[in-house]
Design a protein around this ligand. Structure first.
Ligand code: PEP
Ligand code: MN
Length: 337
């Protein structure tokens, strides 16, 4: 349910509605808009009479939200959401480029890649310290030592850091060290982790699950917002299909679909989406064209010796070439780099 306040409603009237919602045992989510404030309501399990709130001072109208996801929907918040990661705005005119290795391996490797992508123009640094791997025998990441390396790479380059949490313990550490928490494809429906991310003080990058429908993807984001964290960025990273010429099938169609249903920004990850270095640049170009708010690219200084995802990692030189193409394409679509 959504309570839309009158344009001239006073802050006291908004507070009055917030208290009335709480008095019914429900959770209010005030959403200030350009024109007026709206208050999303979650937690109503049964049928709630709209008239309970309609008569309150300052209320313009009370609307039932038709989608199962509420707070992430454009019905509740028509304006695009801007998410700030370490001061970098995502969801506005900036086409955001996140780059870095799949995994943090050593201080030298991470700082070298961070320096190179920063010199090229990347806005944010990525790198996994906790790696969700298919095989228990594969490199699992450096853990907290990896987070310290990322913090050092940030100190040396100024690039804010995004890194993945695989459970609640790693999330708590990431909250301390990094600028944004990534929830990976394999954890998109780890509901206790999503709820914990919803109570975090840092923005969340939520990747689409390997077989998640659009509705399931948005419902997972809803878990985070429902707990009070509205700083969520979505990320399309490819889904499983019968296509066997790429690691995953990058579903670029989901970008305009997300844009029409939700106010949240969405990035595209052509590295995991294709799994092949030679396919990353063409799909990155397509990501700008389809209206994504940015891309997430794996870059390694020595991809053939990378401890994870080497085949899909670009060299710093390839990343530079891609960046200059994006620099030309972005302005055609009203974006800047
Ligand atoms: C990653 O970003 O390195 C990663 C593991 O991604 P995904 O969860 O999309 O597989
Ligand atoms: Mn990876």
């Amino acid at each position: 349910m959504l309570i839309v306040m009158r344009q001239d409603a006073s802050p006291e009237q908004v507070q009055g509605v917030v208290h009335a919602v709480e008095a019914h045992g429900l959770k209010p989510h005030p959403i200030p808009g350009a024109q007026r404030t709206a208050i999303g309501i979650t937690g109503n399990k049964g049928a709630l009479e709209l008239s309970v709130f309609e008569a309150l001072p300052g209320v313009f109208e009370v609307i039932r939200v038709s989608h199962p996801y509420k707070l992430v929907s454009r019905e509740v918040k028509p304006e695009d959401t801007l998410v700030s990661i370490g001061g970098v705005p995502i969801g506005g005119p900036l086409f955001v480029v996140v780059a870095g290795p799949c995994a943090v391996e050593t201080l030298e490797q991470t700082v070298e890649v961070a320096r190179r992508v920063k010199a090229t123009g990347a806005h944010l640094l990525r790198g996994g310290a906790f790696k969700p791997r298919t095989s228990p025998y594969a490199f699992q990441g450096l853990g907290e030592a990896g987070l310290k390396i990322l913090a050092q790479a940030r100190a040396e380059t100024g690039l804010p850091v995004i890194t993945e949490a695989v459970d609640e313990a790693s999330l708590e550490l990431i909250e301390e060290y990094a600028d944004a928490i990534q929830i990976g494809a394999r954890n998109m429906q780890n509901f206790s982790l999503l709820k914990r991310a919803g109570r975090a003080r840092k923005p969340v990058l939520l990747k689409r699950g390997l077989s998640a429908t659009l509705e399931e993807f948005l419902m997972s984001a809803e878990y985070i917002l429902a707990e009070g964290n509205y700083q969520v960025v979505l990320c399309e990273r490819g889904v499983r299909t019968f296509s066997d010429f790429s690691r995953n099938t990058l579903d670029l169609c989901v970008v305009p679909a997300v844009k029409s249903l939700s106010h949240l920004p969405i990035l595209v990850d052509p590295s995991h989406g294709t799994g092949r270095r030679d396919k990353v640049a063409p799909l990155s170009r397509a990501s700008v064209a389809v209206g994504a708010d940015g891309i997430l690219i794996e870059v390694h200084n020595d991809p053939d010796r990378a401890l994870s995802d080497g085949p899909q990692s670009l060299t710093p030189e390839m990343f530079e070439a891609l960046f200059s193409e994006i620099r030309q394409i972005a302005p055609v679509l009203g974006r800047r780099l």
